[in-house]
Every structure is written in structure tokens, then in C-alpha cells.
Design a protein around this ligand. Structure first.
Ligand SMILES: Cc1cc2nc3c(=O)[nH]c(=O)nc-3n(C[C@H](O)[C@H](O)[C@H](O)COP(=O)(O)OP(=O)(O)OC[C@H]3O[C@@H](n4cnc5c(N)ncnc54)[C@H](O)[C@@H]3O)c2cc1C
Length: 386
């Protein structure tokens, strides 16, 4: 039996589908148009457990195996087309809570994880800079040692949830740029002396989650807000992106299933040349491909969830995490492009959802590492001397 065929997984998915129907319905296209993020919805999802399933009970979580979180986000996205919002929620679980759980001190975990699980505090992962996108070693943000802590100067950009967030995992160089690998991760409040949020970007994809800059000017961060040790930031980053690459795919799978359902119905009902579109093999074979890719993607992601429960660290199976993201996001984007074609003019109308799903899918091949970066990692770990 595949992990996703486990009856408990099915029940969990259904439970979250019902929750989405009751609480996340409404006019998501209007929210998309208005660039609207809802903290109220965030808290409602947290109350129902969206941010706590994968966290241990001692930090406000439910201590459930990872497949439950995957099933929940699959179910949510199967019913709710507000992929931006779901991406924002899910990225806090895997990109912020998980690295804090693995590398944070007991004090930080006790203080902040319960608040994030309860939806009362929003955290971000701030790594990218103007000059450091795929090339993570070119971070210019600096943290200089001072009495009792560090003074941080620099600017992060393209950070998910930033405009609405309270804290961030911040990555900065701590060795005067002597060694490209030597940076440190800090847990930093986004309000207070020396910190401000810069621009909030108007993006075409995932519009219902904020996306912005974070600016640090002589910002003091105490020693006890370092994660994983001074100079060990690369480990924390690899851990964070590993979890994102492996499991931040559940909402993509849910969206793929939802659009497959819609496209199958459409192909069966839409008559052209006196027969349903489904009778046209050029179209039906694309849908068959999408259904098959969705099935393979689910198997890959649930298998990875079981492996991650076993090993506990995403950085130890980074190549597999990259592989899952590469496969699922390639299939996701191709499926949405094919769906646009199947829906004809309606595929590009702003008041139909296909265009929004297609726009949302596009950025999946960029966030948490572009497809090219993932291929580089897989090639390197396979032994290629790139
Ligand atoms: C929706 C979304 C959410 C994001 N959320 C966050 C977040 O929360 N926190 C955060 O810190 N960042 C975040 N990012 C930023 C993201 O991590 C970067 O966009 C990504 O790492 C790529 O960097 P870049 O955009 O600067 O592209 P570049 O690095 O400029 O790359 C441009 C293109 O060149 C390719 N390329 C670059 N180098 C190579 C190479 N060596 N070999 C082959 N191809 C190469 C890339 O694959 C890409 O296609 C987010 C981005 C998006 C789109």
C-alpha cells in the first residue's frame, strides 16, 4: 500500500476539504485581484491545526507524522483555489518552524513555536538579497560582533509573508567575508530599533500572500538569538530549503487534483464538431498525463514524508527533496499550461480560475530554489563534478 492510500490519510484529507469548504470559500478571484492577505483566515486555519500538526506537543504542536500535514494541505488546495494563502501558511511550517525546531535553543523553541502553531505570530525565512538569489554565497548582509550580541546591516528581498510577519530567520555574514560558506542564522523581530519592512512587491503569482523586503540598519540581535551556532548558517539554510523542497509541495498536489477534476468535467461536457472535447485524443492524452503525473507526485511526496519522519533532517536527504520539487513543479506547470489550452478563451479570462491557477503555478519553479539549482544539487550529489 502507498502511504497516501492509508485510510487515516484519506480521512485527514477529507476533514481539511470540509474545513476549506466551510471557512475558506468566498471570492478568491477578488482576493487575488486585490492582493488581499487575511490574518483572520490565517488564525482560523491555525485554530484548526494547520500550523501545528508537524510540531511536537511540548512546543504547542500535535506531534503527528508528517503525512498528516501533507494530507491537510492537499485537501485544502483541492477545495480552495487560494493557492497564495496556502503557500504562505505551508511555508511557515516547513521554512520557519521546522528549522527553528531543529536548530533553535530550548528557550527560543519554548517561546516562539507555540505562538506560531497558534497563528499568533507569523515568521519568515529571509535569505535572498539583490545580489544573492541562486548564488546563496554572495550574501552581503553583515552581523558584526559586539557586547552581548551582533549588529546587523543589510537588506533581504522577495521574502514570503514579510509584509504581515512579526519575526524572521535572518542570514548574515559573521566573518567579514573571509569565507563564503561562513554565515550565521539569527531569529529577529521585524519591529523595533534598526529594522523596517521595505517594499511590498506586486507579483503576478500567489498574490494573496505578501512578498517583500526587510531592511536592517544597525540592528542589535542578542547572542541567544543565534540558531545552530555562529558560522553554521549554511546548515540551517540547507535544512530549511530541504524541508520546503520536499514537503511544500502538498498544496501543489491539491491544486493539480482540483484542476484535473475541472478539466475532466470540461472535456466531457464541452461540445465541438458535434462531440465532446474528451473524444479528441490530443486533449485526452494530456489529461491522462496530468492524472498520471499527479499520482507519481503524490507517491514521491508521501514517500518523502515517511523518510523525513525516519531521518528527522531534510539536509540528509537533500537530493531526494530536490527531486520531489523538480518532478512535482514541472508536472504542475505543464498541467496548468495544458489546462489553459483545453479551456480555450476561458483559460485566459480574469473571472475564470484557470488563469489564476496557471499564474500561481509558475513561481513554483522558482521558490525555495529554481529548477536549475535543484538539478545542479542532484547532479553534484550523484557524483558529477560540476
Ligand atoms: C513566490 C516566491 C517566494 C519566495 N520566497 C522567498 C522567501 O521566503 N525567502 C527568501 O529568502 N527568498 C524567497 N524567494 C526568492 C527565491 O529564493 C529566489 O527568487 C530564487 O532563489 C532565485 O533567485 P533569483 O530570483 O535572484 O534568480 P537568479 O539567481 O538571478 O536566477 C535567474 C535564472 O538563472 C538561473 N541560474 C542561476 N544560476 C544558475 C546556474 N549556476 N546554473 C543554471 N542556472 C542558473 C536560475 O535557475 C534562474 O532561472 C521567493 C521567490 C518566489 C518567486
Amino acid at each position: 500500500m502507498q502511504p497516501w492510500q492509508d485510510p487515516e490519510v484519506g480521512k485527514t484529507k477529507k476533514k481539511w476539504e470540509k474545513f476549506a469548504e466551510e471557512h475558506l470559500a468566498g471570492d478568491y478571484l477578488a482576493r487575488d485581484k486585490a492582493h488581499e492577505f487575511s490574518r483572520e483566515r490565517w488564525e482560523k486555519c491555525a485554530e484548526f491545526g494547520a500550523l501545528s500538526m508537524a510540531m511536537p506537543e511540548e512546543y504547542g504542536g500535535q506531534g503527528l507524522p508528517l503525512r498528516y500535514t501533507v494530507a491537510a494541505y492537499e485537501g485544502l488546495a483541492h477545495v480552495c483555489a487560494d493557492t497564495g494563502f496556502l503557500f504562505g501558511l505551508n511555508s511557515q511550517v516547513f521554512g520557519v518552524q521546522m528549522p527553528l525546531l531543529i536548530s533553535g535553543s530550548e528557550e527560543l523553541k519554548k517561546e516562539y513555536l507555540p505562538k506560531m502553531c497558534a497563528g499568533k505570530l507569523i515568521g519568515t525565512l529571509g535569505f535572498t538579497e539583490e545580489g544573492a538569489g541562486s548564488d546563496v554565497f554572495h550574501v552581503e548582509t553583515r552581523a558584526d560582533k559586539t557586547d552581548g550580541g551582533f549588529v546587523v546591516n543589510g537588506k533581504k528581498t522577495f521574502v514570503t509573508n514579510s509584509p504581515d510577519a512579526d519575526y524572521t530567520l535572518l542570514f548574515a555574514k559573521t566573518d567579514n567575508n573571509k569565507n563564503a560558506f561562513d554565515f550565521t542564522c539569527f531569529w529577529v523581530p521585524l519591529e523595533g530599533k534598526g529594522v523596517r519592512k521595505g517594499k511590498a512587491f506586486d507579483k503576478a503569482s500567489l498574490r494573496t500572500v505578501g512578498f517583500g523586503e526587510q531592511i536592517f540598519e544597525d540592528c542589535f540581535v542578542p547572542d541567544d538569538h543565534v540558531l545552530g551556532g555562529v558560522g553554521r548558517g549554511l546548515n540551517v539554510l540547507q535544512e530549511a530549503v530541504g524541508w520546503e523542497r520536499g514537503l511544500l509541495l502538498a498544496h501543489c498536489l491539491g491544486a493539480m487534483e482540483r484542476v484535473n477534476d475541472q478539466s475532466i468535467k470540461r472535456a466531457n461536457e464541452r461540445m465541438q464538431f458535434g462531440k465532446p472535447l474528451a473524444k479528441n485524443q490530443q486533449l485526452s492524452s494530456r489529461i491522462a498525463e496530468a492524472v498520471n503525473n499527479h499520482r507519481i507526485g503524490r507517491t514521491y511526496v508521501y514517500d518523502l514524508a515517511a523518510r523525513l519522519d525516519e531521518v528527522g533532517n531534510a539536509s540528509r536527504i537533500l537530493s531526494e527533496c530536490c527531486g520531489a520539487k523538480l518532478f512535482v513543479t514541472d508536472a504542475y506547470v505543464q498541467q496548468m499550461l495544458d489546462a489553459t489550452q483545453l479551456w480555450g478563451a476561458r483559460g485566459v479570462l480574469n473571472d475564470w480560475s484557470i488563469q489564476q491557477d496557471t499564474r500561481d503555478a509558475l513561481s513554483s519553479k522558482i521558490w525555495a530554489g529554481s529548477s536549475e539549482t535543484l538539478r545542479n544539487t542532484i547532479a553534484k550529489q550523484a557524483g558529477l563534478k560540476a
